[in-house]
Design a protein around this ligand. Sequence first.
Ligand SMILES: Nc1nc2c(ncn2[C@@H]2O[C@H](COP(=O)(O)OP(=O)(O)OP(=O)(O)O)[C@@H](O)[C@H]2O)c(=O)[nH]1
Ligand SMILES: Nc1nc2c(ncn2[C@@H]2O[C@H](COP(=O)(O)OP(=O)(O)OP(=O)(O)O)[C@@H](O)[C@H]2O)c(=O)[nH]1
Ligand SMILES: [Mg+2]
Ligand SMILES: [Mg+2]
Lengths: 290, 279
Amino acid sequence: SLGDRLDGVFKSLRGQGRLSEENIKDALKEVRRAFLEADVNYKVAKKFVAGVTEESLGEKVLTSVTPGQLIIKIVHDKLVELLGGQSRELAYNPRGITVWMMVGLQGSGKTTGCAKLGLRAKRAGRKPLLVAADIYRPAAKDQLRVLGKALDIPVFTTDDDAVRIAGQGLAYAKENEIDLVILDTAGRLHIDEELMGELQQMKKAVRPTEIMFVADAMTGQDAVKSADAFHQALGIDGVMLTKIDGDARGGAALSILEVTGRPIKFLGIGEKPADLEVFHPSRLASRILG
Amino acid sequence: VTGTPQFDDELFEEIEEVLIASDCGLETAAHLTGRLREVCEERKTMKATEVVEIIKEQMIVMLNGGSAPVDAVIDVTPKVYLFVGVNGTGKTTSIGKIGEHFRSAGKSVLFAACDTFRAAAREQLQIWADRSGADLVSGDDGSDPAAVAFDAVNAAKARGRDVVLIDTAGRLHTKHNLMEELKKISRAVDKALPGAPHETLLVLDATTGQNGVSQAESFGDAVGLTGLILTKLDGTAKGGIILGIRQRFGVPVSWIGVGEKIDDLETFDSREFIEALFA
Ligand SMILES: Nc1nc2c(ncn2[C@@H]2O[C@H](COP(=O)(O)OP(=O)(O)OP(=O)(O)O)[C@@H](O)[C@H]2O)c(=O)[nH]1
Ligand SMILES: Nc1nc2c(ncn2[C@@H]2O[C@H](COP(=O)(O)OP(=O)(O)OP(=O)(O)O)[C@@H](O)[C@H]2O)c(=O)[nH]1
Ligand SMILES: [Mg+2]
Ligand SMILES: [Mg+2]
């Protein structure tokens, strides 16, 4: 663990009374190693370590008998501050229908995420409608229909292009006293100009209250590229980090936060609709640090 | 003072960063750049272009050798492929593509829909079966995937099919009961046709970070892997985790996925892969 490694760095220096700048820099190298092993993007890791260097070089650490623990505390607190700095509530439309739009790379967990958010909203007394705007993936509409049926949540499907389906789903909601539309979109590559354009058009058509970027917790260095591209194209509002029930360290979370400035709001903790958790920064911080 | 010019250090650091940025992982990156330094000192290599060529060669050597090509013909019919991996990596889609690959090579193919859990999983595979002209054997929702696998292999034997491609539900390798289920599927296949599955392929998403290594380890321990399929290489991720996986577990890459359409399948080529990594 990082704690053991830092102890290792400082053990040989015990009884020295006061540490040197070099000693601290060695310790921070271990922090960077832990971040890279946790899949934090290497540029984000560098920036983070630079951000805690000044405090780590302070008198308190240099003269501490437990410098390793102090450095971990500095790093951990800074991580929690970064990860948890913003509200994690989903936005509701104060006047009119609320629209949540789920976007992200292929296979990240968007369709399952629609069911999860739908169940959560239903339990909170809302009337959600799931809209199946993925026209590419084989049986995508079936998948959303099956999920909706099991939850007794209506699912809107029709044959048209994705943007029109989204618009028609919204119109259907208005006609049927539904106050919340959860819009499922097809997974796509952030470098696919045509499909990213489709999302931009969809955004114009339905004016989402919240655009949720759904990202896989096991994503590696690429997380920065995809999150940045989606954010530049659409302006995402929040992030759902999925498959956190695995053993991926989840460093992608820090990379995504750093490059978008947008908060992680939810965690996918399993495959069933109930497997959704509001994000807790301190737990993820400990996990990233290993 | 070693006599090597200052720029060498910067170059080695830059190369190490390219490796880390490609998801090769710290250990593999350090191992490779460490070896690279030794070789460059031996050969007194100074030019940056030559240094880069050396590490590319190192990495290609690391990826080469190993098992027979995954679509090699064997003297048993049908040849059975089991597809495994964590959720959303592209197993079902890859089966569709590989089904088409075998069809165009003149082989008859049967798909086994052993994901009996996920919503519309069978419907998704049915569409791929229609597109690639393959048979499909499936069970009811929630039925025992091992029983479906057993039936599928027997059906392939009875119908004289050349190839069976078994789709399984995505599962996180940390879920003990799901890994046990996977072992049961593999045993059921062996019961139906001793020696099967002849290939067990881990489907890995190219965007996966270091967790890919622990996926390979766990799935390998559970059912034994004969190859990897690296998907979504049409994105910006480089898929460098396959180097660490190759080094630690000896598992080679058989196919790569380069898109969502039926033709978006390529045989793995280590030189092309490494060139793209440094591009
Ligand atoms: N273990 C686990 N599996 C999840 C989680 N979220 C989604 N999944 C699984 O991940 C796989 C992909 O989920 P989908 O909801 O189909 O993903 P998607 O983003 O809609 O995929 P595309 O539409 O193809 O881009 C499925 O097997 C889901 O059951 C999670 O939080 N934990
Ligand atoms: N761009 C791209 N997308 C791919 C590739 N392979 C699969 N996909 C997409 O990834 C998503 C998930 O693919 P699936 O085949 O459903 O993945 P899976 O492993 O069967 O998923 P589960 O059964 O839920 O675990 C779909 O949207 C596919 O179209 C690829 O090589 N490139
Ligand atoms: Mg989907
Ligand atoms: Mg599947």
